[in-house]
Design a protein around this ligand. Structure first.
Ligand code: GLC
Length: 429
């Protein structure tokens, strides 16, 4: 298929996954509105329909909880083909049925992009309407995912990281006691090859964490204190730090002086804290189990997001460039979700090796902003080659480009349109 045909297919995927203002990640496997999926999807819509792009994010914020959280899934209509559905989550925190935790807060960054690229001026008005919700959500993260003000965000469930099956969660997950779970039937393994999905032992623990949180009625302060899983995640920490910088820019443009001062404090706290995730021997940022203090020992694709977060001192840049080149010599397509030199690496099991287009997009922005256009372009070209070879899959093998997981995937289509497509590159030139 030619690149212009791929542009058309990508727009068709977004339109067909559109449920009337919000977009599902893919039919079958993920039939609801997912948090960070929707936000990346907005970037794709923005290439041909600005109004629809804003609608996507506005509908996500319609599900915001009273305490400020924006949930990771909004169950707008019941779909028995998905497990665990609303009755298993048992939440009551917001206006719509939803899951009980959040996902990486990319929204402020994408909103800033929408404002930067929309010359009409109405974009800034729509951003202004979303600003209070964004402020509340960011405050929620600081209060309940960084309760000791350490400047790093923890996740209370592997799913909150958005990188569900990452080896970094293995030890902390193994320590979760399996209890309070009813007999259940998974649905994910009937949609895609079980060899690419998590194991049953992991699933039992995913559900046990949910039970523990349900037992405290998803009260965020109690969850922070008692949740059996509480792991500081470089991915969500870097995305949040970046999002605060973009939120600051929006607040400044909107003349919100109090908010500006508040966000500046958040940035200072996160800049100091994020550095504590640095692993001296590995020379990269890693996850830390906050219940045990133990650092993980592997480099994930999120380690490269330090640059996206603006932590671009010489030492960080040169360490990440060296890892980048080492990994590039091992696999044909960057950036594997986990280090191919690590024993837990598996090229096709999700989040243990495969490549995700939207992670490449963020890593590339970080490299470009740090002045490394060559590595940024390698990421774009690899992402384009993966999509040209295997279409709009959920994720790809870094070794063979084989597409895996769900097909006709919304965020893969969106990232193609907004960044990877050669026709987009030509337009931007
Ligand atoms: C998987 C991914 C998560 C994503 C969801 C929907 O659970 O790990 O990041 O949001 O699918 O695409």
């Amino acid at each position: 298929m030619s690149d212009t045909d791929l542009d058309t297919t990508a727009r068709t995927i977004l339109t067909e996954n559109d449920q009337g203002g919000y977009t599902i990640p893919t039919k079958g496997l993920y039939p609801y509105q997912w948090n960070w999926d929707s936000v990346f999807v907005a970037l794709g819509f923005a290439t041909f329909d600005q109004d629809r792009a804003w609608r996507e994010i506005e509908m996500l914020f319609e599900g915001q909880w009273r305490d400020g959280m924006v949930p990771h899934i909004l169950f707008r209509k019941d779909d028995p083909s998905y497990f665990p559905g609303p009755s298993v989550w048992g939440t009551d925190g917001g206006p719509l049925p939803s899951s009980g935790h959040s996902q990486p807060p990319v929204a402020a960054s994408v909103i800033r992009d929408l404002v930067d690229t929309d010359p009409s001026g109405s974009a800034l008005e729509r951003a202004a309407a979303l600003l209070p919700g964004l402020m509340q959500w960011h405050r929620w993260f600081l209060s309940y995912r960084d309760p000791k003000s350490q400047g790093v965000l923890a996740v209370i469930h592997p799913w909150e990281s958005g990188r569900d099956n990452l080896p970094d969660w293995d030890d902390a997950l193994r320590a979760v006691e399996v209890k309070d779970i009813e007999p259940y039937e998974r649905k994910d393994t009937s949609h895609v090859d079980p060899a690419m999905r998590p194991h049953k032992e992991d699933y039992d623990r995913y559900l046990s964490i949910m039970s523990a949180c349900r037992n405290v009625d998803w009260d965020p302060a109690k969850v922070a204190k008692t949740c059996p899983f509480f792991v500081a995640d470089p991915g969500i920490t870097f995305i949040f730090l970046r999002a605060n910088r973009d939120l600051l820019n929006l607040a400044e443009r909107l003349g919100k002086t109090e908010e500006v001062a508040e966000i500046q404090n958040w940035i200072a706290r996160m800049e100091t804290g994020a550095k504590t995730l640095w692993h001296d021997e590995l020379k990269a940022h890693v996850a830390v189990d906050q219940r045990t203090g133990k650092m993980t020992n592997g480099i994930s694709s999120a380690s490269f997001l330090a640059l996206y977060a603006g932590l671009a001192d010489e030492h960080t840049i040169s360490s990440l460039q060296a890892h980048f080149d080492r990994i590039a010599s091992k696999v044909r397509y960057l950036m594997p979700s986990y280090d191919p030199d690590h024993e837990s690496y598996e090229p096709l099991r999700y989040w243990r090796g495969p490549v995700w287009a939207m992670i490449n997009y963020m890593i590339a922005r970080g490299f470009a902003e740090a002045g490394d256009a060559v590595r940024a372009e390698k990421l774009r070209a690899d992402t384009a080659a993966l999509i040209e070879t295997s279409g709009f899959a959920e994720y790809f093998s870094p070794e063979t480009a084989e597409g895996a997981g769900g097909g006709t995937f919304s965020w893969t289509a969106a990232i193609w349109l907004t960044w990877a497509s050669p026709s987009h590159v030509e337009k931007a030139a």
